[in-house]
Design a protein around this ligand. Sequence first.
Ligand SMILES: [Zn+2]
Length: 353
Amino acid sequence: MTATGSPHNLAESPVALAMDWGGTWARAAVIDRQGQPLWQDRVANQPGALQDELVTAAGELLLEAKGNAGGRPIAGAGIALAGSIDAATNMLLSSPNLPALNGVTLPEVWEPMLNMPVWVGNDANLAALGECYYGAGQPMPPQNEPARTLVFVTFSTGVGAGVVDRGEIFMGAAGAAAEVGHMTIDLRADAPACACGNSGCLEAMASGTAIGRAAQARLANATPGAPLQLAYEANAAITGEDVFNAAERGDAVALEVVNDAVAAIIVGMGNVLNLFNPDVVVMGGGVTQGLMQLDLLGRIEDGMRRRAMSSGHRRFQLAPATLGDSQGMVGAASLVWSKTERPVAPDQPGLTP
Ligand SMILES: [Zn+2]
């Protein structure tokens, strides 16, 4: 078949190289504009490897991806990393899962090697971007329009977040904006301590870790033989998941703990509405799974709406994250589109800068 040169000819439309570099694996893929992977592979991070060795191994994987683009034009490479990245220099400042990478500036190393632009982004920001381009931010009833301003919050071991406005990540001056998990919710002196050094943060009240810890602190009030007590006896610890499972079975202490977490989430996410005025709010992570198990997202959405300051702030949809494990990879590809496409997509009103 002869190529026609039409922009609708998929075989000629550009693809992105995407990498999701976590604590154990560097995964790479060639992804088309529809979000479909054309090729993917992964390489394990060698334990104890030096920064140069890790960067070389992951770089070789990207070169392999480049060779597997099937002759399609490549718009660039997007790299998803856990940790904080300096917005001005693209340097990875701290990488909790892979500390050997601290201080590396990947675009500097990989752009000459790949002969294409390379962009890096942190995992929560890229999850937000991926949801905007391919997930919960895509047109759905009743509005049937793509998200203009999307806030993604993941309630997991910690609480991470990203904000996307008109197809682009809202970065902040140093690239550290939208730390929704570290807004103060409880200002009492005995508020729970947070890993960030403050106390009373949303993360300290509604992460999976916090929910498990709150339940454990209340075990003295539990009825012997109740589901939460049994979970504790089985593991000598209580996880957020144990709390949601016990609450589903009517455990009184677990229900109290979940109610407290929901109250904190409503206050925090209500603040998010008033700050960012999103039309789509996406919740992800294991805690969100637990909240869905108890059918609580509707209550959270209603509570947020009650705290919204105007009708413009009340006009939003709350949706669970849809991308699952592919979030990092799809988000990395979305970073390429967000840097190379103006506007985000043709015929989308309101997305022109
Ligand atoms: Zn904090």
